[in-house]
Ligand binder design. Structure first.
Ligand code: HEC
Ligand code: HEC
Ligand code: HEC
Ligand code: HEC
Ligand code: HEC
Length: 270
């Protein structure tokens, strides 16, 4: 009965003046009102650790990570996900079983003790995993070299002071402290849609990959940054005081229109 497309066009054109048109107009154009912008992209309390995107992604002095190495579920689920503080104990064994065994045998052949051979095996497994998956947890770079020491050295303050001494920045030392105590970091959410709105990363990453012909999601770092940038802005350049682009409904709709994706209200409003 009501032509949604027309309604929307009207709304987008006259929305900002909504307050001037009485109640009826407000009903029609209401979506351009206070709810038009993301509520929570505006004020975020200071994060528990001054994490710095620029340093980890774009800075030539940094490790040059790709967005999906840390936000691992961007192409797999609704939520992009926060990076884990610690590696899962199974990862090294899963990815580096062969390399671990070889290193162990080699060490024994060279007359090393069991303990030394086991350490050589752990280090080889970790190296193999890092080569295959890249670093994915904070502790891969901010923790001790030998993954077993994450647990065996837990009470040894002198040991952890040495780990900490590798980093100059007090913020990086805070990360080491979380790794030592295994206390998760409770990051404050920046983007948060109201619960009655639906969004999923997976579908959008798929669509953007098709557009940019990105075959291997792990592959091209620059192309991945371009995908994220489409909605999140220049995250790779953001330092500690991250400003975040607010995404308005018109932004979602105009892309949906241009790409033939659904624009019915209930696509997004559940
Ligand atoms: C592609 C997704 C999408 C579609 C389709 C869509 N909306 Fe929205 N809508 C949003 C987003 C995103 C917001 C901003 C929510 C926020 O942060 O407050 C929003 C906000 C609104 C608001 C402000 C109040 C609120 O719910 O937060 C109204 C009213 C609204 N939309 C009505 C409509 C109507 C009517 C249609 C169909 C013509 C429609 N929307 C279609 C995504 C969509
Ligand atoms: C089509 C737009 C779009 C693209 C492309 C996109 N995002 Fe998002 N992102 C959003 C929206 C919308 C939210 C808020 C979702 C919510 O509140 O449920 C969000 C939330 C997030 C969050 C916090 C909540 C969560 O899902 O864990 C992270 C982290 C994130 N995005 C990372 C990324 C990364 C990394 C990429 C690129 C690989 C990316 N996004 C690509 C729109 C997008
Ligand atoms: C690939 C390795 C790598 C990974 C993974 C990594 N970092 Fe870093 N991080 C670095 C390097 C290199 C530096 C710069 C060290 C220095 O300046 O001493 C750094 C610096 C930092 C700093 C100091 C920032 C500043 O402005 O001084 C913080 C905080 C930090 N990282 C937090 C994290 C957190 C939290 C994670 C997990 C989500 C993480 N890092 C994952 C390599 C990494
Ligand atoms: C070293 C791991 C790491 C890398 C690499 C990384 N991020 Fe993040 N990202 C984080 C951490 C930790 C947070 C939470 C702290 C914060 O919000 O600053 C975060 C937060 C975010 C958020 C805000 C989430 C929210 O709460 O709404 C977005 C969006 C985001 N990252 C996008 C990206 C994009 C895009 C890239 C690539 C340019 C990227 N990230 C690369 C670790 C990483
Ligand atoms: C890059 C352009 C683009 C932007 C920006 C965009 N979308 Fe989409 N969206 C698409 C495409 C293309 C599809 C269809 C994907 C498919 O059919 O696999 C889609 C599908 C959807 C769907 C239905 C499929 C699903 O995920 O279950 C929802 C809901 C949705 N988008 C919400 C949003 C919201 C909310 C925003 C704004 C925050 C947004 N989109 C921004 C391109 C976009």
């Amino acid at each position: 009965l009501i032509d949604q497309k027309k309604l929307l066009d009207l709304g987008l054109r006259f929305g900002p003046l909504a307050g001037m048109y009485g109640f009826f107009a407000f009903l029609i154009l209401g979506f351009a009102g206070y709810g038009y912008y993301w509520v929570s992209a505006e004020v975020v309390p200071p994060q528990p650790i001054g994490y710095n995107h620029r340093l980890h992604v774009a800075d030539p002095k940094g490790p040059g990570l790709s967005c999906i190495q840390c936000h691992q579920y961007t192409d797999k689920g609704r939520q992009a996900g926060a990076p884990p503080l610690l590696p899962s104990p199974e990862w090294n064994a899963t990815w580096g079983a062969v390399e671990g065994k070889t290193a162990y045998d080699q060490a024994k052949k060279n007359g090393k003790s069991d303990a030394d051979a086991e350490k050589a095996s752990r280090m080889a497994m970790k190296a193999a995993r890092l080569q295959k998956t890249g670093p994915v947890s904070c502790a891969d770079c901010h923790g001790p070299d030998d993954p077993a020491e994450l647990y065996t050295a837990a009470g040894d303050r002198g040991f952890w002071d040495q780990v900490s001494a590798k980093f100059e920045s007090p913020e990086a030392k805070k990360v080491v402290d979380h790794i030592r105590t295994k206390r998760p970091v409770h990051w404050h959410r920046v983007h948060k849609m109201p619960t009655h709105l639906y969004f999923s990363h997976k579908r959008h990453i798929k669509a953007l990959r098709e557009r940019d012909e990105i075959k291997e999601i792990e592959g091209d770092r620059e192309k991945i940054i371009t995908m994220c940038r489409f909605c999140h802005g220049e995250v790779q350049m953001m330092g500690e005081n991250r400003q975040v682009r607010s995404m308005e409904m018109g932004f979602c709709i105009s892309c949906h229109k241009s790409r033939g994706a659904p624009t019915d209200c209930w696509t997004c409003h559940k």
